[in-house]
Design a protein around this ligand. Structure first.
Ligand code: CS2
Ligand code: MG
Length: 402
């Protein structure tokens, strides 16, 4: 079997998605997600101009060799554009392998390690009362784990808090919007939210929180320590993680579990974090981390050091990544939790999926391959629209982490 052709589909049903479709000479095709929020076209070019020409004629069965060819063969290693492009190829090849062998991808990854994949929902509100009500709404829908984000008095727009609570979508059409941030106001407010959540819902539900890269290590230590009585499942991205050593300071000050890595793109971004056991959950998703093949290595490495997976699953990860993640989550032993931010209804006009949700768990389905398809005619109805994530400034105007 040989790779005969490949094309990249860019579509915007409510938000932009980039999808790679690889065809074999025997009529089987596979899909891979290459969406990089706010920088989509760079991955399109990387695939069309530099990767697809090298794929034609190769045997799609040799997934590892093709991965190494694209990684080592580029000479310029790593980075979100390169690794998203490689991830798309890798996902598509696993999809093809599953279809050729007539089995779901989780079977190729060692089979089921569990019956279902625990997912967490996103609840948010403009103040504590509204957020507590929103969390309750998700618990009523059967979720066992809920992420809670809440408006901060005196801060106009806060990461994770939407006007329309159901579908928080940070990418905005046009040029990047600007937010304003106050760490002081945030740090004083956020423990009150989780105190109220535990008082209202008791000890059982898992609560999570995303600090979205806003704190210094010592501030992260403070928030982690103050949240300890409310035993969170995790705090996420409490500090930007380029400086992996900085997590030593956070660890010295708190036992609140730490999750990090949605912006990472290879094992080298987390090597020290994992081997020194400075984190508890690795969040790098299949699309950011070079696909299933590289994420297998990250998960196996993490397993040795008691670190579990907790994959990113926001709306900018397409249904193809969601499917690949669910096959992966079902199969690895050190699975922790999976983020679930459901796509808008209109996305199912373009993508069809075999995965399902029931009582707080998701299931990848038993279709051969990844179990996702794309309708290219429908995709054409929604042309690309330039959109950006916000930028963030402190109250005095200093540019800050968003
Ligand atoms: C996030 C995302 O889901 C999360 O935890 O941090 O909302 C993130 O901001 C977006 O995926 C960025 O594209
Ligand atoms: Mg996050």
């Amino acid at each position: 079997m040989k790779i005969e052709k490949a094309n990249v589909i860019v579509t915007c049903p409510g938000r932009n998605f980039v999808t790679l479709k690889i065809y074999t000479d025997e009529g089987v095709y596979g899909l891979g997600d290459a969406t990089l929020n706010g920088r989509e076209k760079s991955v399109v070019s990387y695939l069309e101009d530099h990767v697809i020409p090298c794929l034609i004629g190769r045997d799609p069965a040799n997934i590892e060799d093709i991965w190494q060819y694209l990684y080592k063969g580029a000479y310029w290693r790593r980075g979100p554009v390169t690794m998203s492009a490689i991830a798309a190829v890798d996902m598509a090849l696993w999809d093809i392998k599953g279809k050729v062998l007539d089995t779901p991808v989780y079977n190729l990854l060692g089979g089921k390690s569990r019956q279902g994949v625990m997912v967490y929902a996103h609840a948010n509100g403009s103040d504590i009362e509204e957020t507590v009500d929103e969390v309750g709404r998700y618990l009523d829908k059967g979720y066992r784990a809920v992420r809670a984000q809440c408006g901060i008095p005196g801060v106009e727009s806060v990461y994770g808090v939407s006007k329309n609570k159901e579908s928080y979508e940070p990418a905005k059409k046009g040029l990047p919007p600007e937010d304003t941030w106050s760490t002081e106001k945030y740090l004083n407010h956020i423990p009150k939210l989780f105190e109220q959540l535990r008082d209202t819902y008791g000890d059982d539900p898992h609560f999570l929180h995303d600090c979205h890269h806003r704190l210094t290590p010592i501030e992260a230590g403070r928030v982690g320590k103050e949240l300890e009585p409310f035993h969170l499942f995790w705090i996420e991205d409490c500090t930007p993680a380029e400086l992996q050593e900085s997590f030593r300071i956070i660890r010295q000050h708190t036992t609140t579990p730490l999750a990090v890595g949605e912006v990472f793109n290879s094992i080298w971004d987390a090597q020290l974090l994992i081997s020194e056991m400075l984190i508890d959950y690795i969040r790098t998703s299949i699309v950011r981390g070079g696909g299933i093949s590289h994420m297998k290595k990250i998960a196996s490495f993490a397993e040795i050091y008691h670190v579990k997976t907790g994959f990113h699953g926001a709306t900018d990860l397409s249904p193809v990544t969601m499917a690949a993640a669910l096959h992966f989550d079902l199969s690895v032993n050190n699975f922790g939790i999976q983020e679930r931010m459901p796509h808008q209804e209109i996305v199912s006009d373009v993508f069809s999926t075999a995965y399902s949700f029931d009582s707080g768990f998701m299931y990848p389905g038993d279709e051969p391959g990844l179990g996702v398809d794309i309708d290219e005619e429908k995709a054409k109805k929604y042309p690309y629209e330039r959109a950006y994530l916000p930028v963030n400034r402190k109250e005095d105007g200093t540019l800050f982490n968003w």
